[in-house]
Write a protein that binds this ligand. Sequence first.
Ligand SMILES: *Cc1c(COP(=O)(O)O)cnc(C)c1O
Length: 377
Amino acid sequence: MVTELPLLLTPGPLTTTEATKVAMLRDWGSRDKAFIELTAMLRHRLVDLINGRNSYTCVPIAGTGTSAIEAMMSTLIHPKSHSLLLVNGEYGRRIAKMLTLTKKSFIAAELDESIPFDNNAVTHLLDSNSSIDNVILVHCETTTGLLNRLPEISELASKRKKKLFVDAMSSFGAISIDTSKIKVDAIAASSNKCLEGVPGLAFVLAKKSLINKSAGISNSLTLDLHDQWQGLEGNGQWRFTPPTQVVAALNTALDLLDSEGGMDQRYERYSENCQVLISGMRKLGFHTYLKAEDQAPIIVTFHMPKDINFTFQAFYDFLAKRGFLIYPGKLTKHPSFRIGCIGHVKQKDFQQLLSTVEKALKSLGVKLPMENSFGKE
Ligand SMILES: *Cc1c(COP(=O)(O)O)cnc(C)c1O
């Protein structure tokens, strides 16, 4: 019997199903035919999720999501090219560090953490920087839960023949990216967010024509996507030790995504979670950081209450003791905390969370409903 507790209401790793956990109860020979076949199947299934069978390939990388982004930056951004990096949160800033470390030429356009990149913002940037070859975007900025407007930005970039690179870490599996409609050159994502697999595996979905031209560009051995791709295309094997159990778990998690009805159904479930969460928290007097139209149903940032009896650590501990793990905030300007809507969790879990939040506030001696919070008067 695998216990379901705790529920991880975080940006990942997330709550997984029992079937996904059970999928890890087997050993695999990394160079054995059975694992070679499993890897090939998984790569195809991930490419199918973006409707990319003809022109895209999937290159898996052992490691965290950040490894896949770093592999994408180091291998697929040409050393002689110039990039526009769109930054409105911590994950955008993280990519700036990677570009700096790998000595790539770029400009970072920074917006406030509450403002999405959309058609207007990006048109202006592209029109005023004609030397740009690549646009780099974080799809859902997990710092806040903000949804950047990928379809609009992809349209602008492709019309101007700019390459588009997307960190889709926290959206992949929930917010569909159909490459027959949305033009992208490469997408980085990982197994342990909306795909509801476990941590240790990340991947890049890249245009075959792009990866084909990227030999010798990466200055890292483990993060060289071209080399990894050549290995997989050659004998079907990973160059170095693959996270075998994690690969098996992701394959089962993809079965569950299919049986749920695909990404659109998953998006619906997360949206319901998000609505139940936000409306319940509002009733208690919490305020969300983002406007409703900018909120992705991935993770919600709440302003920290101002009541002097409220302390985040005591609140966190009360919830954690009862099986709900929430997440600290990451805003640069306002005290905040976050609650994730993603993973193997449903409306009824959020209803239970909300009644536990109410109990927590009462036990802390917070006056209900709360009257104001930091950053929101
Ligand atoms: C989670 C996440 C990452 C990578 O996180 P890891 O901790 O390296 O797995 C990168 N970008 C975004 C937008 C994320 O949400």
